[in-house]
Design a protein around this ligand. Structure first.
Ligand code: 9Z3
Length: 328
């Protein structure tokens, strides 16, 4: 059973505060106005062009333990799913808002930032005339990525926005989905970020660094309000909403994914297991369940599962735009 919050006024009977109350009780991030201004310009541009737009969330949220934060709780996500997906959405003609955890993987750049044995400088060779060139062994593959990246930038198809903490993420999710709402069915929301289920409300947090002289540390975390609810029914009501469900016990995956779909009433939940998330996902819609898996051959050729996820979603989005349903 969920632990009850200490304030019965804030409590909805399940021990979880209402999202509206959350926003009243917590301070928005200082850079929220800048975030909104950039997003409004981007949406305006693509509204005029008639493009489809996808709002991708990517990477993990941190949960601060102190208001003047020295320590925080984090999670495993490095933003691979979101960054890879952004590239395939761009290839499919979408404008992409990439709302990612600061310093997590980014589309295109990711190809050169996650090799533990190679950093940025290792791709370069100095020339006798004082200039610098890309090491010829990396040039053929790098030019392909560079061309795609520059095309995306030239055509204004990619907007990078970031978050760090859970409150930062939640305020930006609310503001961002509300801004995109004007695109109605043309907007897709692809919620791949690994969002904490638990947090310490700022009024219950230590102001200063927790001191070790006080002995062992016991933490009590509240449940994060269920943000998908207002997102689906109010903030982004007309858009196509795709959420991810992550589990480690495979017996729970499909029932919990379906439960999320029924509970929030959105269009698609993609279930994935922690250890096999790069090889297998399960699409759950109101009337269907479909497993997408990479074959051994595809895995040997380093095929990315997002190259199969995104075309599937584009089809679902087509029928959503045409008929307001996820099935043709
Ligand atoms: C996912 O399930 C993503 O696919 C991963 C991607 C986080 C597993 P990586 O960034 O991993 O490539 O390393 N995201 C959603 C996780 C989540 O927090 N879902 C919430 C839930 O399960 C619902 S929105 O309750």
């Amino acid at each position: 059973m969920a632990a009850l919050t200490s304030d019965p006024i804030l409590d909805n009977g399940l021990g979880v505060i209402d999202p509206d109350v959350y926003f009243q009780m917590n301070k928005p991030p200082a850079n929220l106005p800048e975030f909104e201004a950039k997003l409004k310009d981007f949406v305006k541009l693509h509204e005029a062009k008639g493009s489809r737009l996808v709002f991708i969330t990517s990477g993990g949220t941190t949960v601060p333990l102190e208001n003047q934060t020295v320590r925080f709780i984090d999670n495993f996500s490095n933003g691979n799913r979101g960054a890879v997906s952004a590239e395939y959405f761009i290839e499919a003609g979408y404008a992409v808002v990439f709302m990612h955890r600061q310093f997590s993987l980014q589309p295109y750049q990711r190809h050169y930032t996650q090799d533990p044995n190679k950093g940025f400088l290792d791709y370069l060779v100095p020339q006798p005339d004082g200039s610098i060139k890309v090491d010829p062994q990396y040039a053929p593959s790098m030019i392909k990525v560079l061309e795609k990246y520059q095309k995306a930038i030239r055509s204004n198809q990619l907007l990078l926005l970031d978050f760090v903490t859970l409150p930062d993420y939640l305020f930006k999710l609310q503001a961002g989905t509300r801004i995109l709402a004007q695109l109605q069915e043309r907007a897709m929301y692809y919620l791949a970020a690994a969002v904490s289920d638990f947090f310490i409300p700022s009024q219950k947090m230590n102001e200063h660094k927790i001191q070790s002289r006080e002995g062992a540390l016991t933490l009590t975390l509240d449940q994060v309000p269920k943000f998908l609810k207002p997102l689906v029914s109010v903030w982004a009501a007309k858009g196509l909403i795709v959420s991810f469900k992550l589990e480690t016990d495979d017996k729970l995956l499909v029932p919990k994914a379906r439960n999320a779909l029924t509970r929030y009433g959105h269009q698609v939940v993609i279930g994935n297991m922690l250890t096999t998330r790069k090889q297998t996902v399960t699409f759950i819609t109101k009337n269907s369940e479909k497993v997408i898996s990479l074959s051994k051959d595809q895995q040997a050729k380093d095929v990315e599962i997002e190259s199969e996820i995104i075309p599937e979603l584009v089809q679902i989005h087509d029928s959503w735009i045409k008929s307001g349903a996820t099935q043709v």
